[in-house]
Design a protein around this ligand. Structure first.
Ligand code: BG6
Length: 510
C-alpha cells in the first residue's frame, strides 16, 4: 500500500473526554508512540465541552483513565506521552468559540514545530459532523498554505441515503474528498486486509472465485453482548444500520470486487464502487423474501439470565428495532451472476465471531458415498475475521478401510502462527495510515452512498410494512429460525460457527 513518512503533526480530538476517545483513540496513539512510530514533533489537542486544564485532561484521558490500564507501562513512557497531551474547552455548538482552537493550535504548532499539519478527529455525536467542519472552516482551519488539514469521522455516516448524501456534500464543501477519512474499524482489522492478500497474492483461489465454482457465500458477524447502556442510540439505529450497511458491506466488497490494478486507495475504491453498482436492488415487494429481522428476548445465557432487548435501558417497551438482520442478495456482474450472498449480524448470539464461508459447488458427478450424511459435504473455505483468526479449508478424504467412503476433513491455518509480535489494533493501523496520508483502508464517500442506496428499500419496508414480522429469538441462540428460509435450496442452513475455527461441528465450546 502506498505510504509516506509521517510528518510532524497535531492530532485534534473533538469529544476528547468521551468514551471512544478514552477507550480506543488515546490508547491507540499511546501504543503507536511507545512503538516509536510517531514523529518526534507530535502533540494531541483534546477538545470538548468539559472545563478541564491540560493536567486534568492528561489524568482523565491517560494517566488515570479507567478505560485503559497503563499500570504495566514504564514511567518514562508515561511521562513522555503525557507531556504531549493538551486540552481546550469550547462550546462545540458555538462558531465563535472555535477561535480558541485556532489560537491554541497556532501556539502548539510553534512549540512543537508541527509545520501546520493537523488531523481533526471527530469523536463526537453525529449531530456535530456537519457543524464542526463548518466552524473549523469559518476560522480558516480547513486549509493551510503549508501543511495538510485532514478530517476523520466515525460512523454513522448518515442515517439513510438522503442524510448520507447531505453529510457528504457538507463535508466536501469544507474539506476535499482526499482529506476526508471515514473510519470503518472493520477495515482496520488485519484479517479483513488479509482477505485481499488471500485472494490476490495466490494463484490458487482466484480462478475458482466465481459463479462456475462457488455455490454461495455466507458472512456472519455475531456478538454475545446485548446493547448494554447504548440502548438509546441503538434503538434509533438497529442492526441493519449499525453493522450491516457499513462493516458487512465493506467485507462483501473485499470478497467480491474485481482485482484492483494496484494496492492503492484510488484503485481499490474504483473496484469497490463498481461492485456496489452491481448489487441487484431489492424491490420493496421482495423485502420479506430476501430479509429477516429479529429481536433478542430474555433468556438464560451460559447459566445467567439476561434481559430481553425491550427491557434494556433506554429502549421503549414496544420497540420494533432489530437486533438481528439477515439478508440474501445477488451481484449482477459477470463473475457473480446468480450466486446467492447471505449476510447476517446479531447481538446476544451464542458466540462472538465474524467469518466468511465460501461454499463451492459439488463435482458434476458423485462417484463416492459420504461417510457422514449429516455433515455438509461441500468443499468450503472459511475465512475467520475474529476471533481465532485464520483460514479453514474443508474437503473430502477417503475413510481408511474398505470401499470408498468419503469424509469431510479440515485443513487449517491460524493467523497467530504468523504474527511475530502483537497484531496492531484496528484503530492503531487506521490512525497511522491517516497520518501517512494513505486512505486505502478508509471508506470513500461514493461507497458509503452506494451502500445506503442498496439497503434503503429494506429500511423503508421494515419501517412501513407491518406485515413483515420482527421475529423474537431467545438470547444466546443463532437468531430467528426463519432465517434458514431465505436460503436455497430449501435444505440449506446457515453455518453456525464455533469460537475455535477448527471446532466445526454442531457441538462446540462457545
Ligand atoms: C460497532 C457497532 O461499529 O461495531 C457496535 O456500533 C458493535 O454495535 C461493534 O458492537 C462490533 O465491533 P467489533 O470490532 O467488536 O466486532
Amino acid at each position: 500500500m502506498q505510504s509516506e513518512e509521517i510528518k510532524p503533526l497535531i492530532l485534534v480530538i473533538f469529544g476528547a473526554s468521551g468514551d471512544l476517545a478514552r477507550r480506543k483513540l488515546v490508547p491507540a496513539v499511546y501504543d503507536l508512540f511507545k512503538c516509536g512510530l510517531l514523529p518526534e514533533n507530535f502533540a494531541i489537542l483534546g477538545v470538548s465541552r468539559s472545563g478541564l486544564s491540560d493536567d486534568e485532561f492528561r489524568k482523565k484521558a491517560f494517566l488515570e483513565n479507567n478505560l485503559f490500564d497503563i499500570s504495566g507501562e514504564s514511567e518514562d513512557n508515561k511521562t513522555a506521552f503525557a507531556k504531549k497531551l493538551f486540552y481546550q474547552a469550547i462550546d462545540t455548538n458555538n462558531q465563535a468559540d472555535y477561535a480558541k482552537v485556532a489560537t491554541r493550535l497556532a501556539a502548539l504548532d510553534k512549540d512543537f514545530s508541527t509545520e501546520g499539519n493537523y488531523i481533526f478527529y471527530l469523536s463526537t455525536p453525529p449531530v456535530l459532523y456537519e457543524k464542526i467542519p463548518a466552524f473549523l472552516s469559518a476560522h480558516g482551519l480547513n486549509r493551510a498554505e503549508s501543511g495538510y488539514r485532514r478530517l476523520v469521522i466515525e460512523k454513522p455516516f448518515g442515517y439513510d441515503l438522503k442524510t448520507a448524501r447531505a453529510l457528504n456534500k457538507s463535508l466536501k464543501s469544507h474539506f476535499p474528498e482526499e482529506e476526508i477519512y471515514r473510519i470503518d474499524h472493520y477495515l482496520g482489522k488485519e484479517t479483513v486486509q488479509n482477505l485481499l492478500v488471500t485472494r490476490f497474492a495466490n494463484g490458487v483461489f482466484e480462478p475458482l472465485w466465481n459463479r462456475n465454482y462457488i455455490h454461495h457465500v455466507e458472512i456472519t458477524s455475531a456478538e454475545t453482548l446485548g446493547v448494554g447502556n447504548r440502548g438509546g442510540y441503538y434503538d434509533t439505529s438497529g442492526a441493519l444500520r449499525d453493522m450491516l450497511q457499513n462493516h458487512l458491506m465493506q467485507i462483501v466488497a473485499h470478497v467480491a470486487m474485481e482485482p484492483p490494478i494496484a494496492p492503492t486507495a484510488e484503485s481499490i475504491r474504483s473496484e469497490k464502487s463498481k461492485l456496489f453498482q452491481s448489487l441487484r436492488p431489492i424491490d420493496a415487494v421482495d423485502v420479506a423474501k430476501y430479509s429477516i429481522r429479529g429481536q433478542y428476548m430474555a433468556s438464560d445465557m451460559s447459566g445467567k439470565m439476561v434481559n430481553g432487548y425491550r427491557d434494556e435501558e433506554g429502549v421503549p417497551e414496544n420497540s420494533k428495532t432489530e437486533t438481528y438482520a439477515a439478508l440474501k442478495f445477488y451481484i449482477d456482474n459477470w463473475r457473480w451472476s446468480n450466486v446467492p450472498f447471505y449476510i447476517r449480524t446479531g447481538k446476544r448470539m451464542p458466540t462472538k465471531v465474524t467469518e466468511i464461508a465460501i461454499t463451492f459447488k459439488d463435482p458434476p458427478h458423485q462417484l463416492f458415498s459420504h461417510a457422514d450424511d449429516f455433515v455438509q459435504t461441500h468443499n468450503q473455505l472459511v475465512i475467520r475475521i475474529q476471533p481465532d483468526e485464520g483460514l479453514l479449508m474443508k474437503f473430502g478424504m477417503k475413510v481408511p478401510g474398505q470401499g470408498f467412503k468419503v469424509k469431510n476433513v479440515g485443513m487449517d491455518f491460524h493467523y497467530s502462527d504468523l504474527a511475530e509480535g502483537d497484531v496492531p489494533e484496528a484503530y492503531e493501523r487506521l490512525l497511522l495510515d491517516c497520518m501517512k496520508g494513505d486512505a486505502t483502508l478508509y471508506a470513500h464517500g461514493d461507497s458509503v452512498e452506494a451502500s445506503w442506496n442498496f439497503v434503503e428499500p429494506i429500511l423503508e419496508a421494515w419501517k412501513n410494512d407491518n406485515s413483515i414480522p420482527v421475529f423474537g429469538y431467545p438470547a444466546g441462540t443463532w437468531g430467528p429460525l426463519a432465517a434458514n428460509e431465505i436460503m436455497e435450496p430449501t435444505d440449506l442452513t446457515w453455518r453456525n460457527p464455533c469460537r475455535q475455527l477448527t471446532e466445526d461441528t454442531n457441538y462446540c465450546k462457545l
